[in-house]
Design a protein around this ligand. Structure first.
Ligand code: FE2
Ligand code: FE2
Length: 199
């Protein structure tokens, strides 16, 4: 790949990551806090701590962008259509549990597996400094996923509740997979084996 084209795709990718840290890491959690009943003080505090972590992640991407003389420019960031669909799934979620099913218990689980050295494509696509920054961010994910698990456990007694949560999770994840594939292709990857089939 031409270095200029790679650089352009990488800047675009990091701007998308910075936007996602900001939006999926603060707006969803703030809504979860407001939707939780008053007595869920501990969970609300854990979500507030998560917001703090996610803003740090945003700063990490902003710093990486500066190495390429670029900025996240959140207000000017034009969302790709798939990202709008991902945002829509979370906006349409009506309860804290449903938001969690499409956020902490969906996307964050995928993110935490991205640095798995056996399977991650990232280590071939990114330099050491960016890879180290991503490792650093992902150390924060386990408590965020635990927030998602505990939010889901609040309302999953009935079949109807579980079905709603599963639908939100699946919708979000299928858009997220499309986005990730598009992004790594833009960064120079091509598929050499058929897509795995899950039954
Ligand atoms: Fe994050
Ligand atoms: Fe997170």
């Amino acid at each position: 790949m031409e270095p200029e084209a790679y650089k352009e795709a990488l800047v675009q990718y990091m701007r998308r990551r910075a936007w996602s840290e900001w939006y999926f890491g603060t707006v969803a959690q703030a809504r979860e806090i407001t939707l939780l009943p008053e007595d869920q003080v501990n969970l609300k505090l854990r979500l507030a701590r998560q917001i703090q972590d996610e803003m740090r992640h945003y700063d990490v991407f902003a710093q990486q962008l500066r190495r390429y003389n670029a900025e996240p420019k959140i207000s000017e960031f034009v969302l790709p259509p798939i990202l709008i669909q991902m945002q829509k799934v979370q906006v349409e979620a009506e309860t804290a549990s449903e938001i969690a099913a499409a956020n902490q218990f969906a996307g964050e689980i995928v993110l935490s597996s991205m640095t798995d050295l056996e399977t991650s494509i990232f280590k071939r696509l990114f330099d050491k400094e960016l890879m180290d920054a991503i490792y650093d961010i992902e150390k924060d994910e386990p408590p965020h996923i635990a927030n998602g698990r505990d939010l889901i456990l609040l309302s999953c007694e009935t079949y109807e509740q579980r079905h709603r949560l599963a639908v939100a999770q699946e919708k979000y994840l299928s858009y997220m997979m499309q986005l990730h594939v598009t992004e790594i292709v833009k960064l120079g990857c091509r598929r050499v084996k058929p897509l795995p089939v899950f039954e």
